[in-house]
Design a protein around this ligand. Structure first.
Ligand code: ATP
Ligand code: MG
Length: 369
């Protein structure tokens, strides 16, 4: 398994707060939320009822004005964005919300077609494009039906077809499969995955549907108005695969490895850049994911490279374990990607994993200082 190159940032939420109500009734519902979603990622948001999921989704979708903090969509700041620019922004977002707002006077085909008409699609192709999308959600035999003659799940699928027909850059979905049976739900999930993979569509889904979790790249958990955990599923698997190559992690159970992987942060360094410098206070432990580095030691006025490290090698543990300054400089021979673990998390992992602790002690013997 290899590490995918980092994609551009599609959604960036920073320091986001939100209040509802006025005067004495004013109540804060979102508290200092931070989130970065990259292009083509599928992010699932879960959390208890009333935790703020829909509020966050509507703020990202420009359906609500930002009060405090910032949201950037494809680099564009939403706070203070004038209404005409908001309208343009929304054209590139596919909304799948609980109240689906289908037009009752129009057929399923006409509802989907309305979205197609906003694009540069030639007029003669409108129906063909709308029908292909209805077919993709399993409704080709219901194209001529009006919403009142469709079931709740069928109406939801028309709304999904309408949201996805123009292949928007961003899809925001609030419980999109709640009213769907197993097959229709799987269909929708497949469609979203296909859009993300083939068109770089970024997808945020609020759901409690465990069937959807299999397509997600990340799961964000919201509690009491705050994102409390953000699990990168694939990246965690990639980090685990790299950690497993390190002697110290080899013996760990998958769940212990996953715990550690989830606490690691990806960092990028340029050629010739120092990742750690001799004499600095040690605050992190590093595992190399990509590229090679030199370990450089200075003695008697001369510096020399004493070792070369590559993918799956680790460094930085000595200073953490001994609470001493770094004893060597680690310099990049080329662009390098590392996963780092804070001192606090590193020491906690040591405490809870006996074999890890033993092996680290052995490492310290063999590495000397
Ligand atoms: N328009 C509003 N006016 C006042 N309070 C609101 C409004 N909309 C939501 N709230 C409150 O904000 C909080 C977050 O609501 P939100 O709808 O974002 O929760 P949610 O996580 O989507 O919940 P659910 O899973 O039940 O859909 C709740 O306490 C809710 O009562
Ligand atoms: Mg909600």
């Amino acid at each position: 398994m290899s590490l995918p190159p980092p994609r551009e940032v599609a959604i960036q939420v920073s320091g986001l707060n939100h209040h509802f109500g006025k005067g004495e009734a004013r109540k804060q519902v979102l508290f200092d939320n931070n989130l970065v979603v990259r292009r083509g990622e599928i992010v699932i948001m879960t959390g208890p009822s009333g935790s703020g999921k829909t509020t966050l989704l509507t703020l990202i979708g420009t359906l609500r004005a930002i009060q405090e903090g910032s949201i950037r969509i494809n680099g564009q700041e939403l706070a203070g964005l004038p209404p005409p620019a908001q309208v343009l922004m929304r054209r590139d977002i596919g909304f799948i919300f609980q109240a689906h707002n289908l037009l009752n006077a129009l057929s399923a085909r006409q509802n989907v077609r309305m979205a197609v008409e906003l694009t540069a699609t030639p007029r003669g192709d409108y129906d063909r494009v709308a029908d292909a999308m209805l077919d993709a959600v399993g409704l080709s035999d219901r194209a001529a039906y009006k919403p009142r003659n469709l079931s709740g799940g069928q109406r939801q699928r028309v709304a999904i077809a309408r949201a996805l027909v123009n292949r928007p850059r961003l899809v925001l979905a609030d419980e999109p499969t709640a009213a769907l049976d197993k097959d229709s739900g799987a269909n929708v999930v497949h469609l979203l995955r296909e859009l993300a993979n083939n068109h770089g569509t970024t997808v945020m889904i609020v759901t409690h549907d465990s069937r959807i979790i299999s397509v997600a790249d990340r799961i964000v958990n919201m509690v009491d108005g705050q994102i409390v955990s953000d699990v990168r599923i694939k990246e965690t698997m990639v980090i685990c695969a790299i950690l497993r190559k390190c002697s110290v992690f080899k013996e760990m159970s998958p769940s212990d490895l996953t715990d550690i992987a989830q606490k690691m942060t990806e960092e990028h360094f340029a050629e010739n850049e120092d990742i750690v410098r001799a004499g600095d206070t040690g605050d992190k432990f590093y595992v190399i994911a990509r590229g090679t580095t030199n370990i450089i030691i200075e003695s008697a006025g001369t510096t020399r490279a004493v070792a070369k490290l590559g993918e799956g090698d680790f460094f930085g543990e000595v200073a953490l374990l001994r609470d001493q300054p770094r004893n060597a400089t680690v310099t990049c021979r080329e662009p390098v990607v590392v996963y780092s673990l804070s001192k606090e998390n590193f020491l906690a992992a040591m405490k809870s994993h006996k074999t890890f602790d033993d092996q680290m002690s052995n490492m310290l013997f063999t590495r000397g200082g």
